[in-house]
Design a protein around this ligand. Structure first.
Ligand SMILES: NC(=O)C1=CN([C@@H]2O[C@H](COP(=O)(O)OP(=O)(O)OC[C@H]3O[C@@H](n4cnc5c(N)ncnc54)[C@H](OP(=O)(O)O)[C@@H]3O)[C@@H](O)[C@H]2O)C=CC1
Ligand SMILES: CCCCCC/C=C/C(=O)O
Length: 508
C-alpha cells in the first residue's frame, strides 16, 4: 500500500478572519492578565507553528516567574469579588453566555485549533468545540446547586435555653492553576475552567506552548461574557519555566492538570512545598476487549475510530485491542481496511480524516515505537510510515505479533498506532487488559450483557465503555486509576475539585 497526503498537506484558505490573519503575518501574542494583554517581562517569545507545514503562525510570550507572579496576584485580588460574591443564578447566566459566545465563534475557534494542533476540521467542529461550549452549559447548571448540609451532631453540650446547631457550607477553593496539554486544547481547558468558575474560583491558565492561541481567544470570550477582569488569566510559555513557576507558586490553592504522567509527577513534587491540592488526568494505554459474539458492524469502526480519532492523540485512545482468536483475522482486516481508507491531509481540508500529529518531535517519537517493535519481530499490518513535508504525518497503523513487554504494547504512544493481539481465554485477556501501569479507560465489545457487566467490574479503569469507545459528555466524570492520575474532570464530581467544605458549629 502506498500512502499519500491530499495536496501534499498544503494549507487551504480558512474561512475566519482570525485564521486568515495567522497565515498572513507573524504576530507577537501577549499574556492575558487582569483582563488585558501585556508583554512578558523578559521580552522572550516562542514560535507557534502549523504542524502540517511547519509554517510559523505566531509567536507566544514565554512567561517567566515575574509574569506568573502578576497573574497570580490578579487572580488573588479577583477572588475578593465580585465573582465569588455573585448569586449562583448570576454566575450561571455568565457561564451560559460563555457557551453561547463559543457557539457564535465556532468556525474561528475550530480553525485556530486546526492550524496550531493539526487536527481535522471535523474533529473540532463536530466534537471538541461543541463539547467545549457544553462544559460551560453543564457547569452553569451545577452552579445553581452548590449545597451544604445541616448536621445532627452528638455533641453533648446544652447550656440552658440554647442548643447546638451545625451545618456545612461549600466555598470556592481559591486560585486555580489550570495546566493543559496540546492534543485537545480547548475542551481540556474548559473541563477545568468551567467547574472552577461555577464554584466561584479564579484561574491562572497555562496552556501548552504548542497550542496557546485558542486559549487566549477563549479568555477574551470569557471576558466578553461578563467575567470580571482578573478572574481568568492566561500565562503562555514553556513548562519548565512558566509551568513550574505557576505550579510551585504560594498563591495557588489548587492545581488542575492534564498531560503526561512524567509531568504529573513533577507537579506533585512542586505542590508539596505549599501542600497545594492537585488533580491529575494523565496518560493511558486503554484496551478494547472484543468477545467472540461482538457485533462487528459496531466493533470494527468503533475500535478504528477509538484509536485514529485526532491521530490517536487522545488520552483514552484504545491503543491495544485483544480479540478472540475465532474472529481475530476478520476484525484486524476490517480495522486495517478502515485505516487504509482514511484520507490524510491538512486539517483545514474538509476531506481530511487524519491530519498530522502535533509536532515533528512527536512524529519521531511515534516512529521510534514502530521501528523498535519491528526490530523485535512485530508485524505491521498497515501504515507504519511517516510522511509529509514537515515529517509530521503518520499513516494509521495496526501492529500485531507483539509481546506485552514491548514499549509499543505497554507504553503510551499518543499516535495513530493500534496493537492488536488474539486471545483464547477471557480470563487471560482480562489479565492482559489490567497488566499495565495505566488505568484510564477501556472498552468491551459483546452482545452478552451479563458478560459486559461482569467484565466491566473487573476492568481496572476510570471509564469502561460497552460497545463504544471515547464517548464523552460534560455529565460523565473522566479520570484514571493507577498511573493515570487521580480526581475526575467533567460530571458533577468535578465540582468537588474546586470547592472546600466549611463546617459551622454553633451554640444558638
Ligand atoms: N493525558 C493526555 O491527555 C496527554 C498525554 N500526553 C502524553 O505526554 C507525552 C509528552 O507530551 P508533553 O507535551 O511533553 O506533555 P506534558 O505533560 O509535558 O505537557 C502538558 C502541560 O504541562 C506543561 N508542563 C510541562 N512541564 C511542566 C512542569 N515541570 N511544570 C508545570 N507544567 C509543565 C506543558 O507545558 P509545555 O507547553 O511546555 O509543554 C503543558 O502545558 C505525549 O506523547 C503523551 O504520551 C501529552 C498530552 C496530553
Ligand atoms: C467530544 C469531545 C472529545 C474530547 C477529547 C478529550 C480528550 C481527552 C484527553 O486526551 O485527555
Amino acid at each position: 500500500m502506498s500512502y499519500s497526503i491530499v495536496n501534499d498537506g498544503a494549507t487551504p484558505t480558512p474561512q475566519s478572519d482570525a485564521a486568515k490573519a495567522l497565515l498572513a503575518s507573524v504576530e507577537d501574542k501577549q499574556l492575558y492578565i487582569n483582563g488585558a494583554y501585556q508583554a512578558p517581562v523578559s521580552g522572550a517569545y516562542l514560535d507557534t507553528t502549523d504542524p502540517a507545514t511547519g509554517k510559523v503562525l505566531a509567536r507566544i510570550a514565554n512567561a517567566g516567574s515575574e509574569d506568573v507572579d502578576q497573574a497570580v496576584d490578579a487572580a488573588r485580588e479577583a477572588l475578593k469579588g465580585p465573582w465569588a460574591t455573585l448569586t449562583p443564578l448570576e454566575r450561571s447566566q455568565v457561564l451560559n453566555r460563555i457557551a453561547d459566545l463559543i457557539d457564535a465563534h465556532m468556525d474561528e475557534l475550530c480553525e485556530l485549533e486546526v492550524l496550531e494542533q493539526g487536527k481535522p476540521f471535523y474533529v473540532a467542529r463536530w466534537a471538541e468545540i461543541p463539547a467545549t461550549a457544553n462544559q460551560f452549559r453543564f457547569f452553569a447548571g451545577q452552579a445553581l446547586s452548590l449545597d451544604g448540609n445541616t448536621v445532627n451532631t452528638s455533641i453533648n453540650y446544652q447550656p440552658e435555653g440554647k442548643q447546638v446547631q451545625a451545618w456545612t457550607l461549600r466555598e470556592p477553593v481559591g486560585v486555580v492553576a489550570a495546566v493543559t496539554p496540546w492534543n485537545s486544547p480547548l475542551i481540556l481547558s474548559a473541563m477545568k475552567i468551567a467547574p472552577a468558575l461555577a464554584a466561584g474560583c479564579t484561574v491562572v491558565h497555562k496552556p501548552a506552548e504548542l497550542t496557546s492561541l485558542s486559549a487566549l481567544r477563549l479568555a477574551e470570550l470569557i471576558t466578553e461574557a461578563g467575567v470580571p477582569a482578573g478572574v481568568v488569566n492566561v500565562v503562555t510559555g514553556d513548562g519548565a519555566s512558566c509551568g513550574s513557576a505557576l505550579t510551585s507558586h504560594k498563591g495557588i490553592d489548587k492545581i488542575a492538570f492534564t498531560g503526561s504522567t512524567a509531568t504529573g509527577r513533577a507537579i506533585v513534587e512542586a505542590s508539596k512545598k505549599h501542600l497545594t491540592r492537585v488533580t491529575l488526568e494523565l496518560g493511558g494505554k486503554s484496551p478494547a476487549l472484543v468477545l467472540p459474539d461482538a457485533d462487528l458492524e459496531l466493533a470494527i469502526p468503533g475500535i478504528a475510530n477509538g484509536i485514529f480519532f485526532n491521530g490517536g492523540q487522545v488520552c483514552v485512545a484504545n491503543s491495544r485491542t485483544y480479540i478472540h482468536r475465532s474472529i481475530f483475522d476478520k476484525v484486524v482486516q476490517g480495522i486495517a481496511a478502515y485505516a487504509e481508507s482514511m484520507q490524510m491531509g491538512h486539517g483545514l481540508d474538509q476531506a481530511t480524516q487524519m491530519g498530522p500529529v502535533v509536532s515533528t518531535a512527536q512524529a519521531e517519537k511515534i516512529e521510534q515505537f514502530i521501528e523498535d517493535a519491528k526490530a523485535k519481530g512485530a508485524k505491521v499490518l498497515c501504515g507504519g510510515v511517516r510522511l509529509g513535508a514537515n515529517g509530521t504525518f503518520i499513516a494509521p497503523t495496526v501492529v500485531t505479533n507483539t509481546s506485552t513487554d514491548m514499549p509499543i504494547h505497554c507504553e503510551e504512544v499518543f499516535g495513530p498506532v493500534l496493537v492488536a493481539e488474539p486471545y483464547d481465554d477471557i480470563d487471560e485477556a482480562m489479565a492482559w487488559c489490567n497488566d499495565n501501569e495505566y488505568g484510564l479507560a477501556a472498552s468491551i465489545w459483546t452482545q452478552d450483557l451479563s458478560a459486559a457487566h461482569r467484565l466491566s467490574r473487573q476492568m481496572e479503569a476510570g471509564t469502561v465503555w460497552i460497545n463504544c469507545h471515547s464517548m464523552f459528555d460534560a455529565s460523565l466524570p473522566i479520570g484514571g486509576m493507577k498511573m493515570s492520575g487521580y480526581g475526575r474532570d467533567s460530571g458533577k464530581q468535578a465540582l468537588d475539585n474546586y470547592l472546600e467544605w466549611k463546617t459551622v458549629c454553633a451554640v444558638l
